[in-house]
Design a protein around this ligand. Structure first.
Ligand SMILES: [Zn+2]
Length: 485
């Protein structure tokens, strides 16, 4: 059998004015799984291994990934969609199409890019070709996606440590569909909730286990909880549960609603706890040992934030606190100045606070350039990502600052250590990440503190200024289901 697969990934923050254009995308035209199997092609490489082991013929299409920012420029999305469709058209007849998509991609005139793409793929291949899709859990799961695909599975874990496990499930369920062993039937429950759900602690650890325990028995093929992406303003944003059963629509609807009610019941306990900057610093200083890892959750470029906000750095400088590592600041001007000055140079440098109002004010610091790496990178969970030019600058008071020319959230400890920054000796390590840092940083941390700053994606879910999505959601209203009664 012939299988086509492709990948198109970005998560659009519709409140960010910066467009996501062609240059923002890393693009491979059909060889990502072999050219970059530990990076952007990792999931395609997994599907390739599975399909080759089963003796299938593979046709690989576009692989495109952009760090989240504002809406994707329309012609850029149109070009990507056309390339994927052209690849399928050329490869037909096909037995199956496998797509790795984000689920929260918005283009200038399309709020549901994945639904648009899947509908066009379905129209092209017809009703008899199985379509399997893997999504990020920060997706806006839509009726258009559900209707177009046979199997849609999203990550269960945040941080997303289970991408390969879910890829295996998508592959297996799609192949069983091709063999007519199963008839995947999907029903959705709208949780009417907006938020973030960390699966690194209870009660979400238990909820993930509960979902897994349901699968593979009593006709239940797969269960997903799409957390939604809070900073994507579309009619479909927010938490959704969907269940896939073997041909039983009522069973799927009942199960999705049951799990939705269970999530509702644990909503307060599952809510992440955020500290103010001073609370987090006070807690770190009052306890022995380190490093205390601070997540600068509101300036996470993985959610579309600029990654150059100075709120935490300013507080540390003003309180005279040393033994700190902080990053990564996306500050291309400062990097260029450090390049010109060279390693060892000590001078006054303006750091951060440049991209937007959410960046805060820049900081003027006396720094020494400790290291420069023109091909800096980081890794997490066996996957590796480029950070562009990485620069280590140090203040006289012992604050080590990481600058990076690629706007990317810090997820690997090697984002610092590859430049020579020793995290083990630090009292405080600040990472511009909301939760993905957790997989690699929790094992080295004395404690993890989620720090709320006034940045671009501040986690004040009750007050996100939505225009398109209904305002009937928790925590904006106490009971968004009351109006249904
Ligand atoms: Zn995500």
């Amino acid at each position: 059998m012939k299988i086509f697969f492709a990948e198109l990934i970005t998560e659009t923050n519709t409140f960010v004015s910066t467009p996501t254009g062609a240059d923002a995308y890393l693009v491979n035209h059909g060889d990502a799984s072999t050219a970059d199997p530990e990076g952007m092609g990792a999931l395609l490489a997994a599907w390739r291994r599975m399909a080759e082991a089963d003796g299938h013929e593979i046709v690989e299409g576009l692989c495109a990934y952009a760090q989240p920012a504002g809406a994707t420029v329309q012609v850029v999305y149109d070009g990507f969609a056309e390339e994927i469709l052209a690849g399928i058209r050329q490869a037909m007849p096909l037995g199956a199409v496998l797509l790795f998509l984000h689920g929260a991609m918005v283009a200038e005139s399309i709020d549901d890019c994945e639904g648009d793409l899947l509908q066009r793929v379905r129209t092209l291949v017809g009703p008899d070709v199985a379509i399997g899709v893997e999504l990020d859990l920060h997706c806006h799961f839509t009726e258009r996606m559900r209707a177009a695909a046979d199997v849609i599975v999203c990550f269960k874990e945040y941080p997303h440590i289970d991408g390969l496990d879910r890829a295996r499930e998508v592959y297996d369920l799609t192949m069983r569909t091709v063999r007519r062993e199963i008839r995947p039937t999907t029903a959705t429950h709208d949780c009417r909730m907006v938020g973030l759900w960390h699966t690194t602690r209870e009660p979400m650890i238990g909820f993930v286990e509960r979902m897994k325990a349901l699968e593979g028995r009593d006709g239940v093929l797969s269960v997903s909880f799409g957390h939604g992406f809070p900073w994507g303003d579309t009619a479909d944003s927010g938490g959704k549960v969907w269940a896939i059963t073997d041909g039983d629509a009522d069973q799927a609807a009942r199960l999705a609603a049951t799990l939705g009610r269970e999530l509702w019941a644990i909503r307060d306990a599952a809510r992440p706890v955020n500290n103010t900057i001073d609370e987090a610093i006070d807690q770190a200083l009052s306890r022995p040992g380190g490093p205390h890892v601070f997540a600068d959750v509101a300036d996470n470029p993985g959610g579309g934030a600029p990654s150059d906000s100075t709120f935490i750095l300013r507080a540390l400088v003003e309180r005279g606190i040393g033994d700190v590592a902080i990053g990564a600041f996306w500050d291309i001007g400062a990097i260029q100045i450090c390049r010109e000055a060279g390693v060892g140079a000590r001078f006054d440098l303006r750091v951060g606070g440049k991209v937007s109002k959410a960046s805060g004010d820049p900081l003027d610091l006396t720094v020494t350039v400790r290291a420069i790496d023109e091909a800096h990178w980081q890794s997490s969970q066996g996957m590796r990502g480029p950070m562009g030019t990485g620069v280590w600058i140090a203040t006289d008071d012992g604050i080590d600052i990481l600058l990076a020319s690629a706007r990317d959230q810090v997820i690997g400890t090697d984002a610092f250590t590859n430049l020579g920054i020793d995290l083990a000796t630090k009292k405080i390590v600040v990472v511009k990440s909301t939760q993905h840092f957790h997989a690699e940083y929790a094992p080295i941390a004395a404690a993890v503190h989620y720090v709320s700053t006034p940045g671009a994606i501040t986690p004040d879910f009750a007050h996100i200024p939505y225009r398109k999505r209904s305002l009937e959601y928790w925590p904006r209203v106490a009971d968004p289901f009351a109006s249904l009664a």
